[in-house]
Structure formats: C-alpha cells, structure tokens
Design a protein around this ligand. Structure first.
Ligand SMILES: Cc1cc2nc3c(=O)[nH]c(=O)nc-3n(C[C@H](O)[C@H](O)[C@H](O)COP(=O)(O)OP(=O)(O)OC[C@H]3O[C@@H](n4cnc5c(N)ncnc54)[C@H](O)[C@@H]3O)c2cc1C
Length: 375
C-alpha cells in the first residue's frame, strides 16, 4: 500500500504524462496541472534513441511509435558539399535495447494522451506558492484554489517554476547554439538520420514516417541571438543556400516563417532534485542540449523509476533518496557526454569535421554505452 497517495504533477509534457500514465495503471490518481490552455505541441519531430523506445515499451507504447514513426538504422554525417564523413550503425549500438525511431511530436503526444485516458488535467493552471514545512505540502494554484499533497512533482521543463519555488535560483545555461526545426516531405535520397555539417551550421534530416522528414538545423553562436518571425524563412534559406542537395530544396518547400520553430539551446543540471515532498523529473531536473537526443529517454526513464518507487510503500524521504540514487550516475554521465559533444560541435567547422571523420563512430558507441544498459 502506497504511503504517497495525494500526488500533484506540474507540467503535462513527456515526463509528466509518462509519470501520470504509469501511476494510473498502478491504481493511483495524481492531479495534473498544465500552464498551456490545451494540448499544444512544441517542435516538429523528435528522434527517440533505443533506450527511449525501451522505456516506451515498458509504458506499452512502443508498437504505436513504431507504427507512427520511422525506424532509423544509420546515422550518416556529410560535409556541406555532401561528401561523407562518417556512417554510424546505430542499429548495432542499440541492439540490446530497441530500435531508434524518428516520429512527429504530435503523434507521440497523441499516444501518451490516449494512454493516459480520461484524466482531469487542469489546463491554464500553475502553482503560485508552495509550503512544504508541514506534514503535507500546501499548494496554492494560480486559479486561487489550495490543496494538500504528499508529493509535488515538478515536470515543468527546463524553465521549471517548481525548481525555482523549491530550490531557488539555478538558471538554465546557454549551450552556444541556436536551432530551427520544421517538417518537410522526406527527400528520396534520405533513408536514415542524415546530417550536413558546414560553415554556417549543421542541417539534419530524420525520417518520421508518413513520407515526412523532421529537419533540425543549428548554428554555433557565442551569444544567443533572436531570429524574429518576420523574414525567418528567407534568412534560413540564405544561411543554407550553398549546402548540397536536398538542403536548399527542403527549405524551398516551406511556405511561411511560422512553419519554423526557433530557439536558443539551454541546459541545466539541478542538484538536489528532491527535498521536503517536492521532486523534479525530466528537463526540470536535468535538461541537456539535443546533441545526444536523450531528453525523451531520460523523461520516460525518470517516470518509470519514480512511479515504481511511489507504489513501493516507502515514505517520501526514502522515495526521494532512492530515486536520486538510481538516476544520478546516468544523468551526470549524459550531461558530461553531451557537454563534451557540444564543445566539439562549437569548434571551427574544419576541425569539427576532421574530428568527426576519425572519431564519430567510436565516440557514438562510447557516449551511449552506459545508457544501453538496463535501468
Ligand atoms: C531543439 C530541441 C530539440 C530536441 N530534440 C530531441 C530529440 O530529438 N530527442 C529527444 O529525446 N529529446 C529532444 N529534445 C529534448 C526533449 O524535448 C525534452 O527533453 C523533453 O521534452 C523533456 O520533457 P519534459 O516533460 O521534462 O519537459 P517539457 O517537454 O518541456 O514539458 C514541460 C511541460 O510543463 C508545462 N509547464 C511549464 N511550466 C509550467 C508551470 N509553471 N506550470 C504548469 N505547467 C508548466 C509546459 O507547458 C510543458 O507542457 C530536444 C529539445 C530541444 C530544445
């Protein structure tokens, strides 16, 4: 019998939804609040590496992802003229674990929401105050109501307000890259994860099923720059105009700037994650740059580990300790590897491409090795 029954999940992104699904399947019924006014899907597509698919398997959602998305067996890295630098056999790296899959974020979100079932999510709602000193956490919501909880889970992303309320000032760190994301028809020449690395940034295609590809472009810039909607498409076309086919063709297919999501890349590693009936999961606790495409995997794994501990019958302090013990080494490893890859990504293009040619394959295997292992 769980000692933690009154649970609040703040944020219905991948981490919050996965936790809610898992808890509901084990007989608990958490409250969920979400700041957005309804379901909106940030970003265009997402690359799920093998351990994300393994975790989706535990949530009984892997088959759906395979059906909706596209299995990725290789990662091919080319220079901006289309000359091959490296081909990585991702299928063999993840063989013990599960396939890598490209999928549209809308499809992934749809299957998480369906799996959640008829839960009562309070949209347009956030937490305005948190008092954790009593026997239970007293939460004041932005709609003026107040409730008591055994556990408050901050699953509210990289700019988490639960993190600020519970732990104070840690702010996300700018990773030295800005990115653009959108969907296009999948070019016939693209059959796997395909990246063009040149002087003006990298441009990545990932097939995401139903004849579409997710495009992710980024550029290394010392200070975060803004790229206003007005003229964004023209600027992006001009940035990548000299790149090999099918990069300019993909950009030519876009009609309006609002098809392109733009943002600065940030990371954070908050420690501790838990204290006094509050616990952080997903990006709220440990966002990384997308360089290792592992945010979804970590969010799902967090949710699986935490839900199992919550129903184990231990009290909140023990759950918090055990959760941290089970997750911290993996998360620190991922952060270190991602930051190292970010540093290489931000090197002058000639040096970066040379390193890619000689080191990409062995680095890929080494970077992911501990994450291939079971939780
Ligand atoms: C450009 C980019 C590309 C990426 N590509 C990949 C990839 O290919 N593969 C991969 O695995 N990962 C990728 N990631 C990372 C991945 O998107 C995140 O790790 C993942 O979304 C984390 O899920 P989350 O639920 O923790 O946070 P989020 O997805 O940020 O969800 C947080 C939720 O909380 C809500 N919220 C925020 N504040 C509040 C509040 N105060 N009150 C209530 N609700 C609130 C938000 O509206 C949102 O719904 C990428 C990230 C970026 C930025």
């Amino acid at each position: 019998m769980s000692k933690i029954e009154r649970i609040l999940i703040v944020g219905a992104g991948m981490a919050g939804l996965a936790l809610a699904i898992s808890l509901r399947r084990q007989g608990l019924n958490p409250d969920i609040v979400e700041r957005q006014h309804g379901w909106s899907v940030p970003g265009a597509g997402i690359y799920l590496v093998g351990n994300a698919m393994r975790a989706l398997g535990s949530l009984r959602l892997a088959d759906e992802a395979l059906q909706d998305g596209s299995v990725i067996r290789t990662q091919t890295i080319l220079d901006d003229r289309g000359r091959q630098l490296a081909v990585i056999d991702t299928a063999s790296v993840w063989a013990k674990c599960g396939p890598c899959v490209g999928i549209r974020r809308a499809e992934l979100q749809k299957s998480l929401v369906n799996a959640l079932g008829p839960a009562d999510i309070q949209f347009s709602t956030t937490v305005s105050a948190l008092d954790t000193y009593g026997a239970a956490a007293a939460v004041q919501f932005s709609n003026g109501t107040e409730r008591m909880y055994d556990l408050v889970v901050g699953a509210d992303g990289v700019r988490s307000s639960i993190r600020t309320l519970a732990f104070g000032g840690a702010q996300p760190r700018y990773c030295g890259q800005v990115s653009w994301r959108f969907l296009v028809q999948c070019p016939p020449s693209v059959s796997g994860w395909t990246l063009f690395a040149g002087h003006h940034g990298v441009f990545l295609f990932i097939p995401v099923g139903q004849g579409q590809a997710y495009c992710y472009a980024d550029a290394a810039v010392a200070e975060p720059l803004d790229d206003p909607l007005e003229g964004r498409l023209e600027r992006l076309r001009s940035r990548f105009a000299s790149y090999a086919t099918p990069v300019p063709e993909a950009l030519a297919e876009l009609r309006t700037s609002d098809q392109i999501h733009f943002g600065a890349i940030e990371d954070i590693l908050q420690e501790p994650w838990g204290a006094d009936k509050v616990l952080l999961i997903g990006d709220a606790a440990h966002a990384t740059s997308p360089n290792m495409a592992s945010g979804a995997a970590m969010a799902f794994e967090d949710a699986l580990v935490l839900s199992k501990l919550i129903v184990s019958g231990q009290d909140v302090a023990k759950v918090t300790n055990e959760y941290t013990n089970q997750r911290i080494a993996r998360i620190r490893w991922l952060h270190e590897q991602t930051r190292q890859r970010d540093r290489i990504r931000n090197l002058p293009p000639l040096v970066r491409n040379l390193m890619t040619r000689f080191l990409a394959k062995s680095a890929y295997r080494a970077n992911y090795a501990p994450l291939v292992e079971e939780l």
